[in-house]
Each structure stands twice: as C-alpha cells, then as structure tokens.
Design a protein around this ligand. Sequence first.
Ligand SMILES: C[S@@+](CC[C@H](N)C(=O)[O-])C[C@H]1O[C@@H](n2cnc3c(N)ncnc32)[C@H](O)[C@@H]1O
Length: 241
Amino acid sequence: MNRASLEKRPAEVAAMFDDVAPKYDIVNDILSMGQTRRWRRIVFDAVGASAGQRVLDLAAGTGTSSEPYADAGIHVVACDFSVGMLRVGKRRRPDIDFIAGDATSLPFADNSFDASTISFGLRNVIDPKKALREMLRVTKPGGKLVVAEFSHPTFAPFRTVYTEYLMRALPAVARKTASNPDAYVYLAESIRAWPDQDNLSAWLTESGWDAVAYRNLSGGIVAVHRAVKPSAAPSPKPAAN
Ligand SMILES: C[S@@+](CC[C@H](N)C(=O)[O-])C[C@H]1O[C@@H](n2cnc3c(N)ncnc32)[C@H](O)[C@@H]1O
C-alpha cells in the first residue's frame, strides 16, 4: 500500500493499518500533541458504562481505545479487521477480548451489547452508514452509541491554520517518524473530506439512532457524537373480538 488515496478498498485499508500497527500508538501521540489521552477519557465518560456491562469498541485497532473499559472492570470487546493491529494489541493487553470482524458485517448477535463506541475508526470504514446500522443492530434497545472522530474546527481562522497543519505538517512529521508516511497523507485527506459535526449527526439519525448530540473537543478538531438506540416498539395489542 503506497499510494495515498481516498478511493480505497477494505482490503487496502486493513493492509495499511497492518503496516502502521507497530508504531501506531506512538505516532498518534506525537501527531495529536498528547491530546489523545484526554479525548479518550471524555469518550469513556460519555459511554458511561459500569462494571459488568458489555461494550463494543469497534475499529479498536491496537486496543488503546478499549483499555479504559477493561481497567474499569467493563467487559470490552475490541473488534477490528486489521489482524496486524489486533496482534499488537493482544500482545500488550492479553486480558482484552480482541475479535477480528468487519464493521459493515459484525460477527455479533442482535442486541448483544449495552453500548457501542468507535474512536477514530468510522472515517476509515468504506461504508460508514452501514457500520452505524450494524452498531445499532448489535446494541440493546436503550443502549448508547459514542463516536469519536476528527472533525472541523468551528473558529474559521483556526480552521484555516489547522487545515494547513493537516495537509503540510502532518505528512512531514509522519515522514520522519512513521513506517508508512503515505498512510498519514491519507489520514490528512480523509479528515478534510469527512462530514462536519451537523452532517455526521444527520447520518446517525438516518441510521436509526435517537437523541443525537455532539460535543466539540479542542475547538472541533475532534467531535464526540452520542446517541441512543430507540427502545423496542411496544408489541401491538391483540385485536379486540
Ligand atoms: C485510526 S485506527 C483507530 C484505532 C483505535 N480505535 C484508537 O482509537 O486508537 C482505525 C482502525 O479502523 C479499522 N478499520 C477500518 N475499517 C474497518 C472495518 N471496515 N472494519 C473493522 N475495522 C476497520 C482499522 O483497521 C484501524 O485499526
């Protein structure tokens, strides 16, 4: 995988992440200027799961986004389709349940999780709306969805500076630190092309999620969207004789 392009196929995306897996977490920390830990804490609080509950962390990669749940005694299932990422994760956290699976066709039963979350992964899924519907299917009625994703800074002058950083500095830093710099050119391009906060909210609603809301982090560099799976429709009353 050596060309940065938004027109990737699932196998190419998986191969790209297999490639970056060994250095993924360290490069992430450098490029986000140490903000990822704070963002992850906010996502964990938004999920609001308690010990004993079952949470799906989709596109979990090396499981860094899954760790806060495992540390809190929550049964987290870290699912990803890059075996390279899962392998790095399993080596580091053998206690976490890592499962290989595609976000657009999840290997889980209906209504099997108390909550579902996806951090910095939805943008990489080739058909993100299908993934949102799959997360709806596997989440219990009344259960939460939390999506953390890069987004669009809300303050226009900052947006201009940030876009410049994304398109120039990020690939340059990645060239010095990462094993596959093209993956970071793809990262920059995919962030720029990603829907803004309101459009992503609309996608969630279209996919069947209720009570959609979001919160901007770091001026909108990241947005955390949350939603709830509608409770099951009441069973139809038996027809009167
Ligand atoms: C940027 S990493 C995020 C990893 C982790 N959630 C985190 O916050 O560090 C994105 C992950 O999405 C995964 N991914 C992309 N498309 C996927 C799909 N269709 N099904 C499952 N995982 C997918 C990639 O393999 C990669 O590990």
